[in-house]
Design a protein around this ligand. Structure first.
Ligand code: NAD
Ligand code: UDP
Length: 316
């Protein structure tokens, strides 16, 4: 049995990760400040005596004895990470320093949840790990993009300078149950709008693309990455290479729900990447991993989740 710390454990991805690690017989500590995470996501795990819940902010040091750390604490939705951009940078940078310091002291392994946003609005398509990206350092998304880029730098520096055992994954757009219904990201927005019969808000002309990964595929990849030998540290892309325009996604959600919602167009936020699709050759080669859940299958499970949630809580 390993003792594992998950920062951002009450968030969308963190809650799935905590559940999976507990199911595999580990002792798990969730650390979260509940900025975007919710107790609802982890309440079902709280009966498990091997699950501990800590309210803490990663920008301040945290002392615990653990074997492994998954560092996920950071708001991920543009509206949330732009709400307090200075705090977003602090969470990424000071959070990484605190968690890397912890990993160094306990001589544990630490995995960083980095992002496809390190590629910015990419000029290379699809994006391989070797691409250095195209990021506006002073734009609206920079608090997140540059924060995550510095985190990667810190991870590499702690590895080369202090021999810390690191793993870096670059996560592409991921969706599934436990996303916050008002999180603001495209999949949750469209599903909630379609279920309520509200207008579907497509930003720009909807021709921008994203590649959507179902959360279970990501969790499989994260665990595989943590279990690799020390000589493979990444960064490695984790995403589903299936690429869709935002308009295609909107239509698919409307069709699957049988909704009467109409598509309306709203201004495109600044620096919104025009295309995104992972090159996952490295993950296939090093981890023998690739996503297996197709968009419609994942959307079906996610629609069921939101349908039940909206029926059980009419305030949402
Ligand atoms: P989320 O917002 O649901 O989860 C983030 C969690 O971190 C929340 O529970 C939040 O309360 C917590 N948190 C935020 N700031 C904190 C702080 N200062 N101290 C402690 N806890 C803090 O988002 P998510 O989609 O689950 O993302 C998890 C991680 O994966 C993030 O680091 C994100 O950048 C990364 N990621 C996600 C995606 C995606 O598509 N979901 C893509 C790329 C990278
Ligand atoms: N988007 C949209 N309508 C929404 C929410 C998002 O058209 O209600 C668009 C957004 O402009 C972007 C894409 O969907 O082009 C993905 O947005 P999201 O915030 O989910 O993720 P990210 O931009 O970080 O990839």
């Amino acid at each position: 049995m390993k003792r594992i710390l998950v920062t951002g454990g009450a968030g969308f991805i963190g809650s799935h990760l905590c559940k999976r690690l507990l199911d595999e017989g580990n002792e798990v500590i969730s650390l979260d400040n509940y900025f975007t995470g919710q107790k609802r996501n982890i309440v079902a795990l709280m009966d498990n005596p091997y699950f501990e819940v800590v309210r803490h902010d990663v920008t301040t040091p945290f002392f615990v004895e653990v074997d492994e750390i998954y560092n996920l604490a950071c708001p991920a939705s543009p509206i949330h990470y732009q709400y307090n951009p200075i705090k977003t940078v602090k969470t990424s940078v000071m959070g990484a320093i605190n968690m890397l310091g912890l990993a160094k002291r306990v001589q544990g392994k630490i995995l960083q949840a980095s992002t496809s946003e390190v590629y910015g609005d990419p000029q290379v398509h699809p994006q391989p790990e070797s691409y250095w990206g195209h990021v506006n350092p002073i734009g609206e998304r920079s608090c997140y993009d540059e924060g995550k880029r510095v985190s990667e730098t810190l991870f590499m520096n702690y590895h080369t300078q202090n021999n810390v055992k690191i793993k870096i994954i670059r996560i592409f757009n991921t969706y599934g149950p436990n996303m916050h219904p008002h999180d603001g990201r495209v999949v949750s927005n469209f599903i909630v709008q379609a279920l309520k019969g509200e207008n579907i808000t497509v930003y720009g002309d909807g021709q921008q693309t994203r590649s959507f990964q179902y959360v279970d595929d990501l969790i499989n990849g994260m665990l595989k990455m943590m279990d690799t030998e020390n000589d493979f540290i990444g960064p490695v892309n984790m995403g589903n290479p299936g690429e869709f325009t935002i308009l295609e996604l909107a239509q698919k959600v409307i069709d699957m729900i049988g909704s009467k919602s109409k598509i309306i167009f709203k201004p495109l936020p600044s620096d919104d990447p025009m295309q995104r699709k992972p090159d996952i050759s490295l993950a296939k080669q090093k981890l023998n991993w690739e996503p297996v859940i197709h968009l419609e299958e994942g959307l079906k499970k996610t629609i069921t989740y939101f349908d039940n949630l909206l029926k059980s809580d009419h305030s949402l």
